[in-house]
Write a new protein. Structure first.
Length: 214
């Protein structure tokens, strides 16, 4: 099919979104020691820390359809922050200290010993306007700072996701360090487009941003 041929309503867009798509990604970095913004508390919110080193009834706060994914994250040594509002699941964010290939996006994350990676952020639609995503990011950063676990933390955002870019860049002071393109097929199989990482060293490159990276 060429661009000159007629396309049924939503046809080409549907193919791009659901079958195959290439998406530009921006990698952001933050100094963990930076001061955190002051946020207005959300009434009835609680953030539960989920980690293999802290066994607990995490299935009570995580929706069942996420259990297998959470088990995979925990097996890697990652930890999560799960938010509830008035006892109802509201969102989550995860943190990794381990270099790995992300199962969903296909991106290869390379970390130095003093680096961390924040990922899989989600805020339920009814809680976004309350600033839930900001509360999750703040809690993750606060824990990293207080525990002196890492000096830098990375995260990546699709460039079309302006809301998350503004949250991380403007509210929390993350700065861009690298761009890359990722592809995904059937919204299940993902991979990093070869040679698309600019610059060709960083958390999504064969050579990490810092010399100590694996």
């Amino acid at each position: 099919m060429t661009s000159a041929e007629p396309v049924a309503s939503g046809g080409l867009a549907w193919v791009r979104q659901h079958l195959f798509e290439v998406v530009p990604v921006e990698v952001l970095e933050r100094d963990v020691a930076k001061a955190l913004p002051e946020l207005t508390p959300i009434l009835g919110m609680r953030i539960h820390r989920v980690a293999a080193s802290k066994p607990g009834p995490w299935r009570d706060v995580v929706p069942q359809h996420q259990w297998r994914t959470v088990e995979r994250f925990l097996a890697r040594g990652d930890r999560g922050y799960v938010a509830t509002v008035e006892g109802q699941y509201a969102g989550r964010i995860w943190l990794s200290r381990t270099s790995h290939r992300d199962h969903w996006s296909g991106l290869r994350i390379r970390l130095a010993p003093d680096e961390a990676y924040a990922y899989a952020m989600e805020a339920g639609p009814r809680y976004r306007r309350l600033g839930l995503a900001a509360q999750l990011v703040a809690r993750l950063l606060s824990d990293l700072r207080d525990g002196q676990e890492a000096s830098r933390v990375y995260g990546w955002v699709d460039l079309r996701n302006r809301e998350s870019l503004i949250l991380l860049s403007v509210v929390f002071g993350f700065t861009p360090v690298q761009t890359v393109r990722r592809a995904h097929l059937l919204r299940r199989i993902g991979w990093q487009v070869r040679g698309s990482d600019q610059p060709a060293f960083g958390p999504l490159s064969r050579v990490g941003r810092h010399a100590e990276a694996d």
